[in-house]
Design a protein around this ligand. Structure first.
Ligand SMILES: *[C@@H]1O[C@H](CO)[C@@H](O)[C@H](O)[C@H]1NC(C)=O
Ligand SMILES: *[C@@H]1O[C@H](CO)[C@@H](O)[C@H](O)[C@H]1NC(C)=O
Length: 355
């Protein structure tokens, strides 16, 4: 092995594949394949939640995690030209967040049966709306923003097309600004199979949420969602990078502050793409992150972009020939649990279910 690796020819080949080839690709924004997108990074300097040295439970949330030696103004002054301050906001509690508990379904019943229904009785979780508690969470966040000293009002607002995020945007920002938000398809939640991740048509959204704008190529029907195909983390990361690239390209240099209202799963992918540590944003929560678009590019692979109903409903996977519990845990499970918060709770349920 060692002498093989020392052979000059092999070394040259290794150099070519790992250094020169990516370098060539990185130089060419006019990519041949459309899954070549910019590399993104995030600063660890300004916020407790962005600094891996600070334990997550020790982050001082007073000023949305901003370190005491900074003010919002001094932070904005310190930003480099290709850095922007993003507020990543998760919707308030929606009916899909509480439905399993309300209908008293077991984890497997929820996953394999109820999650693919639109609702039960009076509870609807298809494109779920906010619960009363969700509305209260958002009212509280809105007050926190309005009373925060020197809070930097976003120059641009973006929002996922799902009802819970549109309602969240209204409850948070509409009293504070005359601006509106642009609906971006790529801000939506990881999609497919469960109905909570399916959106209404553009005409429906226009009718019920007339104050929002749509990105230019927004389709009337939901062409992404399918009932037997679930987006995996890889595709979600590609989408997060596409969303960021759009936003950086649209924003003018002096538009430094960007707000996006979105969901736990896509926030998880986005933090991953900007090389930020995983950080749980609870329902009704918001974290600031300083994000930089690098001038280098990389391929966001799409060879493992979707899974199917068998991975969604683990009971089916277990009956598949050769699938062991470990495989279920390692493959299926890891991909579809979105946040660490969900992770801990669902891991317990899942393990109980398959044991
Ligand atoms: C958190 O930060 C605020 C000011 O941003 C400060 O007044 C407070 O003492 C800090 N709390 C802790 C526990 O350090
Ligand atoms: C929920 O289901 C469990 C098990 O099926 C049952 O023991 C319990 O009484 C149910 N609770 C409610 C509130 O229906």
């Amino acid at each position: 092995m060692a002498s093989f690796a020392k052979s000059p020819v092999v070394l040259m080949l290794i150099c070519f594949y790992f250094y020169f080839l990516p370098a060539l690709v990185a130089q060419s924004p006019m990519s041949l394949e459309d899954n070549i997108l910019p590399i993104f990074s995030s600063s660890t300097q300004y916020f407790g939640q962005s600094d891996p040295e600070i334990p997550r439970n020790k982050v001082n949330k007073t000023n949305f995690g901003l370190h005491e030696e900074y003010t919002w103004d001094s932070l904005l002054d310190a930003l480099e030209p290709d850095e922007k301050l993003f507020f990543l906001q998760r919707h308030g509690e929606g009916w899909h967040n509480v439905a399993r508990r309300l209908i008293n379904a077991s984890y497997s019943d929820w996953q394999c049966h109820w999650s693919i229904e639109d609702g039960k009785g009076d509870i609807e979780w298809f494109d779920a709306e906010l619960t009363p508690r969700g509305h209260d969470q958002i009212a509280a966040l809105s007050t926190k923003i309005r009373t925060n000293d020197g809070f930097p009002m976003p120059d641009k607002f973006y929002v996922s097309p799902l009802r819970r995020t549109l309602q969240t945007w209204q409850g948070t920002w509409s009293k504070m600004t005359d601006d509106t938000a642009v609906i971006k398809e790529n801000a939506r939640e990881k999609f497919g199979i469960d109905t909570e991740s399916k959106r209404h048509s553009k005409s429906f959204i226009k009718k019920h949420f007339p104050d929002f704008e749509f990105e230019s190529d927004f389709s009337d029907d939901d062409t992404s969602w399918e009932n037997d195909k679930r987006e995996k983390a890889q595709h979600c990361r590609f989408r997060a990078a596409s969303l960021l690239e759009d936003i950086f390209e649209e924003a003018k240099d002096d538009e430094q502050v960007i707000s996006i209202v979105l969901h736990s799963g896509i926030i998880y992918c986005l933090l991953n793409v900007v090389q930020h540590r995983t950080f749980v944003v609870p329902t009704g929560g918001m974290i600031p992150v300083v994000i930089k678009m690098e001038d280098t590019y990389k391929k966001y692979p799409l060879n493992d972009a979707f899974s199917d109903f068998d991975s969604w409903c683990p009971a089916n996977l277990l009956t598949k020939v050769g699938a062991s519990k470990e495989e279920v845990l390692n493959d299926a499970y890891i991909d579809y649990f979105d946040s660490e918060e969900d992770h801990a709770e669902k891991k317990k349920l899942f393990e109980a279910f398959i044991s």
